[in-house]
Write a protein that binds this ligand. Structure first.
Ligand SMILES: [Fe+2]
Length: 466
């Protein structure tokens, strides 16, 4: 009798997932072999498990029923003693004959005997001109996690605003728009320009508890339907720098020290930093990759240059929550200059697109990066940080600046004009709608449009042709 009850209980627990260690929080990003001139043809895969497996791997193949090739994960990391385990694997550059551009690559994540559902992404092919159609990159910053109905602010608010936190907001509209684009095959990749999920605001939704890790896990599962199928680049924003909630500050040894200096951001994602000679192995602070004729550079606007907002400490400026030091001396700015020089010299590169978290609105960003931009032809610079939309007037031969930070974070409210008080750019289009952008890349042009997340209408449209 006891044995029957035990077996029934085990089966029931397995059915609801309580006894399993099923891979979750799955995310993919371009990341093939350095030796192949097109890293797009490989893919890095990150996933998480609740406990530490003795073995973890990725299997993949050309059909869901034949995942014949298996590769072990190259790292398993638990950065918070009570947190989940984070695994990284890299599917190497694919056989171009077996996986021509657009063909599905099926894969599955494994942790001991537990496995994810079979998932898939579209092969990018093995050449930068492999695509027979424009490549579409969704671009936005300052997303959030769910909405104010499901994650209400628990900190008492006065009026609509309390220290930058808003009572009514929604990241769901942008989620719905991105899901539609996924279903319509309207986007090949996504790029979140920092302040990825506002996880450091977690305390405002549960002030008396430590919820940073639980919310980060929840956010990663919330976006998994997108990020397990669509390669997703992430850039560092100030909200990635640390946990500075009351629990993290007062219980530094238990929580805060494990969650400072972009540790969660650098562990949970795997950008092609190593493949592009960017920030050191295991970090996502600066890197570049190619999408067809465009060279894409993810900048770091937060650390590793003189005057950076998080040059020595994280976003809250707490002395013992240190930040920075991902490169030595001027290593980061030297890399940016060299990367842009190499892209400029590459005949396969027709467009240079740079993105980072902060716009050219604060003096130290413009002072630091404008001279480098001016040396090369940077066609477009994308940023977030401000929670609304601005786009500069196009001037022949000069960089078009786009601020696309209206994806729907829990700090989204009226446009923050004070952020642009010292900005010298001439903004020609502005919007305070929930919005997400799509950059269409072809040999002929970069075609940008900003779309209203709620109704799909086009708010702004611009072509860059030279
Ligand atoms: Fe920000």
């Amino acid at each position: 009798m006891t044995r029957v009850v035990s077996c029934a209980l085990a089966l029931a627990l397995a059915h609801v997932g309580l006894s399993a260690n099923v891979p979750e929080q799955i995310h993919i990003m371009y990341g093939g072999d350095v030796s192949n001139d097109n890293m797009l043809s490989g893919m890095s895969v990150t996933f998480s498990t609740k406990s530490k497996p003795s073995a973890s791997s990725i299997s993949y193949g050309a059909s869901a029923s034949d995942l014949a090739t298996s590769i072990p994960t190259r790292s398993t990391t638990q950065y918070h003693p009570d947190g989940t385990y984070h695994h990284e694997a890299v599917i190497p550059s694919l056989d171009c004959a077996a996986y021509p551009a657009g063909s599905p690559v099926f894969y599955q994540a494994h942790a001991d005997s537990d496995s994810s559902a079979p998932l898939s992404f579209a092969s990018s092919g093995c050449s930068r001109d492999a695509a027979d159609k424009p490549l579409n990159l969704a671009i936005f910053g300052d997303w959030g996690y769910m909405d104010s109905d499901r994650r209400p602010m628990k900190i008492p608010a006065t009026g609509d605003e309390f220290k930058g936190l808003f009572k009514e907001w929604s990241a769901q509209h942008t989620m719905d728009r991105l899901q539609t684009w996924k279903q319509e095959k309207a986007m090949d990749a996504m790029w979140i320009l920092g302040d990825v999920g506002y996880i450091d605001d977690s305390y405002a939704h549960a002030p008396l508890s430590f919820t940073y890790e639980k919310d980060f896990d929840g956010f990663m599962n919330w976006i998994q339907n997108l990020t397990s199928a669509i390669p997703t680049a992430v850039s560092p924003g100030n909200h990635e720098s640390e946990c500075h909630s009351p629990s993290c500050v007062t219980q530094y040894l238990k929580h805060g020290r494990h969650l400072s200096n972009f540790t969660a951001f650098n562990t949970r994602f795997n950008m092609p930093s190593a493949q592009s000679g960017g920030s050191r192995e295991g970090t996502n602070m600066w890197y570049s990759f190619n999408m067809g004729p465009a060279h894409i550079v993810s900048m770091n606007t937060e650390t590793d240059f003189s005057g950076a907002e998080e040059e020595t400490t994280g976003d809250a400026g707490i002395p013992y929550l240190k930040a920075g030091g991902f490169g030595v001396g001027t290593e980061y700015l030297d890399w940016l200059d060299a990367d842009l020089a190499a892209a400029t010299a590459d005949p396969a590169t027709k467009w240079i697109v740079v993105g980072g978290h902060r716009p050219f609105a604060s003096a130290h960003i413009e002072e630091t990066f404008k001279p480098i931009f001016d040396k090369y032809r940077v066609h477009m610079y994308f940023a977030g940080h401000a929670h609304s939309y601005k786009r500069s007037a196009p001037v022949a031969g000069e960089t078009v600046h786009v601020v696309a930070g209206g994806a729907g974070c829990d700090e989204m409210g009226p446009p923050q004009e004070e952020l642009f008080a010292q900005c010298t750019l001439d903004w020609s289009v502005e919007s305070d709608k929930y919005s997400v952008g799509l950059l269409s890349i072809s040999d002929e042009k970069l075609s940008w449009k900003l779309v209203n997340s709620e109704d799909g209408s086009v708010i702004d449209q611009l072509d860059v042709t030279e």
